[in-house]
Design a protein around this ligand. Sequence first.
Ligand code: IMP
Length: 196
Amino acid sequence: MKIVLATRNAGKIAELRRILSGFDIVGLEEFPSIGEIAETGVTFEENALLKAHAVARGAGLPAVADDSGLCVDVLNGMPGVFSARWAGRHGDDQANLELLLAQVSDVPDDKLGAHFACAAALALPSGESRVVEGVLPGRIVRTPRGTNGFGYDPIFVPEGEERTTAELSPEEKDAISHRGRAFGALAPIVRDLLAS
Ligand code: IMP
């Protein structure tokens, strides 16, 4: 059974293939007629669902989509769905991270709680859908450390760790990540829904 993952990111495709073994997971590159899908939702769930529905409609196949970001407690959960464009320009990881650190510069260390969140959605061409969320709790550190990962990884330390997620190996991060947890929670739902 073929499932389209609403991304062109090879890493995400490989990760979902590992979690949803037995399914033929393909990326958006197989469907060039499906253009960019604007992330107009104000929650991770909304964005994951709108992407999954758009791809399921466009491809005529079951589709999985995810949306993720960093939620900082003292910023009332921001950058949240704006994580990729927090400093104004989409995908400028360094500027996003620097702006966030400037915003919390006067906040005491013990008040720097944060979590990564990821919503993963499945939509069928019929319009039926499901969405689940995965979370990685932790805290922000003021000095970036590590070269693995992307985005806010150099300033995020998961609960029970001293290393940032940029200092973890890809395998270590995969095993605990918000994305891994969301895809892991979606997997039995996909199997149930597509088997029936
Ligand atoms: P997207 O869900 O791939 O669109 O990611 C949204 C944004 O959230 C990214 O551009 C990063 O800024 C941030 N983000 C999401 N997941 C991670 C992560 O695992 N590490 C670091 N930053 C992340």
